[in-house]
Design a protein around this ligand. Structure first.
Ligand SMILES: Cc1ncc(C[n+]2csc(CCOP(=O)(O)OP(=O)(O)O)c2C)c(N)n1
Ligand SMILES: [Mg+2]
Length: 376
């Protein structure tokens, strides 16, 4: 798929490169850039973006009500996450950061499985041993959500290197933030991928902030995409709030990697309109005027306007989709809340094939010991 860059107009970091974009703020596609995706695919991407947005809003409320312990969402970055995931093939693997659960859902992870993880109940695939939002979903080729910054980057490169040795037809895709470019793993990963030409896409979500550190304080490079130069890895800058551009650049890099052309670093320039996580209050370090200005780039509104321009979306479609999603979400939350927590005994399992005597003893003590009846 051919994509051509045009002049940058975003303030998120110093622009030394052209920014790939297709849609203007009112959803008009540049005919020179438009990847002309099937409308059914664009609708699927749009609905998944709306779904992610509604899920984020609801989970934040559940956290505030004390029903779940934590949430980290992708408000403002829905196009970056969903449209890039949509550009992948089934056999490709995602090595996520912590804002990309929407990608796993897009690939077919049941919503119930995600919500069970948010509650850490006995149906949680991580068996309640992880923080909420730390999904792992082998069935949809989605490696564990990663909280230690950058570690997923080297994992993705190693996995791709193994696949290349085994002559498997797969590409690995790793997501990370602007802050993660200061981690050792970013540099080790890019260098290894460059030297060994692994089929890896480095999807850098430049959302303007690393908690309270602004993206232009994180680096002295002219822009994040430039960081590939040192490692011989091509870099692309793309408007991360423009779903069609995100899809097009990801697909082009994917096709290159799958055909033996090696890795690509893509800087998606977007903006984190929400807090870093449910534990953060951005009013302590950034101006609301900045957030209001950036909200004009809302990726969901832009794609909706595009669909409306093709007469492919209406207010009635929007209402129907939102109602269906809310009903689905309500049912999943109800089931998750009615599901028991993991058994206390299970805390000791999955480490040793035959549990040593001292652990058996501690397990029995723990199971039989006195404890409060309250769950929270
Ligand atoms: C190794 C490590 N250092 C510090 C942290 C604390 N921490 C959590 S998120 C974060 C900022 C990450 O920012 P960025 O990479 O831009 O991702 P974003 O949250 O903006 O998506 C930091 C410093 C961590 N999780 N791991
Ligand atoms: Mg960031």
């Amino acid at each position: 798929m051919k994509v051509v860059a045009k002049q940058d107009s975003t303030p998120a970091s110093a622009a030394s490169r052209k920014l790939v974009s297709v849609l203007d703020l009112d959803g008009r596609a540049d005919p020179e850039q438009d990847p002309r995706l099937e409308l059914s695919l664009v609708k699927r991407i749009y609905e998944a973006m709306v779904r992610t947005h509604l899920i984020d809003a609801r989970l934040m409320k559940l956290q505030r009500q004390g029903r779940i312990g934590f949430h980290v969402g992708c408000e403002g970055e829905e196009a970056t996450v969903i449209a890039s995931s949509a550009a992948l093939r089934e056999q490709d693997w995602i090595f996520p950061c912590y804002r990309e659960v929407g990608g796993a859902l897009y690939r077919g992870l049941p919503l119930q499985s995600y919500i069970d993880n948010m509650y850490g109940n006995s149906n949680d695939t991580a068996k309640g041993r992880q923080m909420p939002d730390h999904v792992t979903a082998r069935s949809v080729h989605f490696a564990s959500i990663t909280a230690p910054i950058g570690t997923q980057i080297t994992q993705a490169v190693g996995f791709a290197w193994a696949a290349k040795i085994k002559k498997q037809d797969l590409v690995t895709v790793t997501y990370f933030g602007d802050g993660a470019t200061s981690s050792n793993d970013f540099h080790a990963g890019l260098n290894f991928a460059g030297v060994f030409q692994t089929p890896t896409l480095f999807l850098l979500r430049n959302n303007g902030w690393a908690i309270s550190v602004p993206a232009d304080h994180q680096t002295h490079s002219r822009c994040y995409a430039d960081k590939g130069i040192a490692y011989g890895v091509p870099g692309v800058r793309c408007d991360g709030t423009d779903a069609l551009a995100v899809y097009a650049v990801t697909r082009a890099a994917l096709e290159r990697a799958a055909n033996g052309g090696g890795p690509t670093l893509i800087e998606f320039v977007s903006y984190r309109t929400g807090p870093h996580s449910s534990s953060d209050d951005p009013s302590a370090y950034r101006d609301t005027a900045e957030t209001e200005e950036q909200a004009k780039r809302d990726p969901i509104k832009r794609l909706r306007r595009y669909l409306e321009r093709q007469n492919a979306w209406s207010e009635a479609d929007q209402t129907a989709v939102e109602e269906r999603l809310q009903a689905e979400l309500n049912a999943c939350i109800e089931r998750a809340e009615a599901t028991a927590p993991p058994s206390i005994a299970s805390m000791f399992e999955d480490v040793f094939e035959d549990m040593p005597a001292h652990l058996l003893e501690q397990q029995a003590e723990c199971v039989n010991g006195p404890r409060t009846r309250k769950r929270h």
